[in-house]
Design a protein around this ligand. Structure first.
Ligand code: ATP
Ligand code: MG
Length: 220
């Protein structure tokens, strides 16, 4: 899947005032590569990721998946795209507290009325280093482990593209590095297109492509 953003802009209205979160941004995401979006807090990273990932309409411009403008698709087709093609990891993990890690990971597959491919899912847990934790509920896991479960859940449906918003955000340096290595090895092993937001420049160095945002502008 070829992803291309063309002249996207995003404005948020906060009461009477207009906040320009993203200015004239065009970029292409390389297939089966690891891209990161870096920049200071408030520079528009999450806004850009959400727009690329089909979760937020841009104010202007378009996002093309294989030349199809995704925000012009019907709501049903957009939902299908999010369910089949995209995996999304949110910064706050978003795990269901009463379900075990394995149940959390299987949730999107079950919601798609499919039978989970347990061989793939257990292999994923092994790659991400959470195989020993699959029967724990989130409250019995560390932040880093929960974040890996969120990554496994995003990959359970075998989507082509993984979007991850600061998956290392709340972790200490060592755990953040281990997390980055886990995502990198999953990306290589399963040949995924990964787009990750981080404010950690040292993690960004491990990526194939880096997009730098500053005050809503993409730096060249
Ligand atoms: N729903 C919203 N309504 C109004 N303003 C918003 C909204 N979401 C984000 N903003 C503003 O848009 C700008 C970009 O926000 P965004 O969340 O994309 O930044 P970010 O780079 O992800 O920051 P952080 O590193 O802190 O997560 C900020 O000024 C923010 O306050
Ligand atoms: Mg953010």
């Amino acid at each position: 899947m070829n992803i291309c953003a063309k002249n996207i802009e995003k404005e948020y209205m906060q009461g009477e005032s207009r906040i320009i979160a993203l200015r004239e941004t065009s970029l292409e995401i390389a297939q089966e590569k690891f891209s990161v979006i870096v920049g200071p807090s408030g520079s528009g990273k999450s806004t850009l990721l959400r727009i690329l990932g089909g979760l937020l309409y841009p104010t202007r411009g378009e996002v093309l998946y294989n030349d199809v403008s995704i925000y012009k698709l019907s709501a049903g087709k957009q939902a299908l795209l999010r369910r089949k093609t995209i995996g999304y990891v949110f910064q706050d993990y978003g795990l269901l507290p009463t379900l075990t890690a394995l149940e959390n990971i299987c949730t999107p597959v079950l919601m798609d009325n499919k039978k989970p491919d347990m061989e793939h899912i257990l292999d994923l847990c092994d790659t991400l280093g959470i195989q020993e934790r699959v029967h724990h509920i989130p409250g019995e896991m560390s932040g880093g482990e929960q974040q890996r479960v969120a990554v496994a859940r995003a990959l359970a449906n075998n989507p082509e593209i993984l979007f991850a918003d600061e998956p290392t955000g709340n972790l200490d340096k060592k755990t953040a590095n281990a997390m980055m290595e886990s995502i990198l090895s999953a990306q290589k092993k399963y040949k995924k297109t990964v787009v990750m937001v981080t404010h950690d420049e040292s993690l960004a160095q491990k990526a194939d492509f880096v997009f730098k945002l500053d005050n809503g502008c993409l730096m060249r």
